[in-house]
Design a protein around this ligand. Structure first.
Ligand SMILES: Nc1ncnc2c1ncn2[C@@H]1O[C@H](COP(=O)(O)OP(=O)(O)OP(=O)(O)O)[C@@H](O)[C@H]1O
Length: 328
């Protein structure tokens, strides 16, 4: 059931430093393609650039090729075409410095968090035995499970279980952490815990590449995103730049729509639209509080005023003409 994919190949810390000039990107793919037997193209000519230090959201509906891409990055699936590098190196050389979680964890229910991680670590032939206890304690500390280290896994909450899985990916020094849908199947509390943990890990300087089919999650957690649709990259960049092309709008809820529209017109707001009970317009550089004051001064009954910032969903709809269907 569970694979916590870890490194293969060189022993801990034995990988060479990044090649000159390759320090900026944690992951680069060029034309990366996977066609499965039977002809299905799961990933189509993918060009990704994941900056070091970013929390990079790899966003797409189910079946859009996220897991296949991650498996190619980790050497678990052979690409049909294209190239990729990780930490400026061929992926196999970089893997000792990459922690990855690609499926749900298979821990022993009757063993403690510490005992589970020690067993997991022992299964890794590249991990130095002499430092196992220290590395396990550090990983537990890093995910906030030190106090629960001696507790049996079966008594962990969903969020604690997933944090333990992330700890398993952090048993060595990692410059890059790759997480495939880490909040899948978690309850709201567990989801919050994992999101907070991702931010903490990133704040410590680790690049985090995290896949998700949840737009709001990527918006909240990530600095950058790439958006996939049926194996093809739709857009990538900082969260701000992705939505930067779309206008922020203001929405006035009022029974006096005609008067409200007139007042918005005096500010020179573009694209004023009236419908039952509300008026919206592009906010431009205007201060919403001044608009509110003017509306009240003109006797418009303002029931609500909202600033509508463009979301990643708006970006997806704008680029594809389709809704973001999480069921793919
Ligand atoms: N081993 C395989 N053989 C054939 N087709 C596959 C294989 N693995 C994945 N696919 C197909 O490739 C496409 C992309 O799947 P992938 O799992 O990469 O998407 P995903 O975005 O990770 O979705 P999900 O979140 O549902 O896992 C899907 O249509 C899937 O059915």
């Amino acid at each position: 059931m569970t694979t916590v994919t870890q490194e293969a190949g060189a022993p801990f810390g034995a990988a060479p430093p990044p090649a000159d000039g390759a320090g900026e990107s944690a992951i680069v793919t060029e034309g990366l393609t996977k066609r499965f037997r039977g002809g299905q193209v799961a990933v189509n000519a993918l060009d990704l650039a994941v900056p070091r230090g970013s929390v990079f959201g790899f966003l797409g509906p189910n079946g859009s090729g996220k897991t296949t891409t991650i498996r190619m990055l980790l050497g678990l699936v052979t690409p049909t075409a294209g190239t990729h590098s990780v930490l400026g190196l061929p992926a196999t050389q970089a893997l000792p410095r990459v922690g990855a979680l690609v499926e749900g964890p298979a821990f022993y229910p009757y063993l403690s968090g510490t005992a589970n991680l020690l067993r997991f670590d022992a299964a890794d032939p590249t991990a130095p035995r002499t430092t196992a206890r220290r590395r396990v304690a550090e990983a537990l500390e890093r995910v906030g499970l030190s106090a629960a280290a001696g507790k049996r896994y079966r008594n962990y909450s969903l969020g604690m279980r997933q944090r333990l899985a992330i700890a398993a990916a952090l048993l060595g020094p990692r410059e890059l952490l790759i997480l495939d849908e880490p909040t899948n199947g978690l309850d709201p509390q567990g989801t919050r815990e994992v999101r907070a943990l991702v931010k903490e890990i990133a704040a410590d300087g680790t690049t985090v590449f995290v896949s998700s089919h949840l737009l709001a999650e990527v918006e909240q957690m990530c600095t950058h995103a790439a958006i996939m649709r049926t194996g093809t990259l739709v857009a990538q960049g900082t969260i701000a730049s992705l939505s930067g092309g779309l206008a922020t709008r203001v929405r006035i809820e009022t029974p006096d729509t005609a008067d409200a529209a007139r007042v918005l017109g005096t500010f020179g707001l573009a694209d004023v639209r009236s419908e039952a009970g509300q008026v919206t317009a592009e906010l431009g550089g205007h201060a919403p509080e001044r608009i509110n004051a003017a509306l009240v001064e003109e006797g418009v009954a303002v029931r609500g005023l909202a600033v509508l910032r463009p979301s990643l969903e708006d970006v997806f709809v704008g680029l594809t003409g389709e809704g973001f269907d999480v069921d793919g």
